[in-house]
Ligand binder design. Structure first.
Ligand code: 5GP
Ligand code: ZN
Length: 125
């Protein structure tokens, strides 16, 4: 059975109830532009199914986990950052400032980035 949370904004995006600029989609994942981009390329890759966070992924979700990473590579190609470089980030839980409780990978690229993300650089939503 498909996991769906009618209160979740990302479930609403997968269902087409909230508009989004979708760059890639298959039966398992959807990739769309972040509404508040932090770089020229900032795309969110989410599973169609509602899973709250990385911490809740199980062995049964192996296909979903793989599809998120494969979609990241496809989105990097579509957005032209495959060669220049990009970052794939899962914010998970409070300390990491996860603000939407539907697992998502941020794909960020199109400009040079710093590393590591030192304390004090983060912006609380
Ligand atoms: P988090 O902080 O949970 O790692 O990332 C959530 C991301 O979702 C943020 O970067 C935020 O800009 C993005 N976001 C929140 N609401 C929407 C929305 O309705 N549409 C889109 N496209 N992005 C959203
Ligand atoms: Zn959801």
């Amino acid at each position: 059975m498909t996991r769906y949370n009618p209160e979740c904004i990302f479930c609403k995006i997968t269902a087409g109830l909230i508009p989004a600029t979708v760059l890639y989609r298959n039966d398992v994942v959807v990739a769309f532009r972040d509404i508040t981009p932090v770089a020229p390329t900032h795309v969110l890759i989410i599973p169609v199914e509602h899973i709250r966070s990385l911490s809740e992924l199980t062995e049964a979700d192996s296909e979903i986990a793989a599809q998120i990473l494969l979609a990241a590579r496809i989105v990097a190609d579509i957005t032209g950052v495959l060669e220049s470089g990009y970052r794939v980030v899962f914010n998970n839980g409070a300390d990491a400032l996860q603000s939407v409780g539907h697992i998502h990978a941020h794909l960020i690229g199109g400009r040079p980035m710093g590393w590591p993300p030192f304390a004090g650089h983060e912006v609380r939503h």
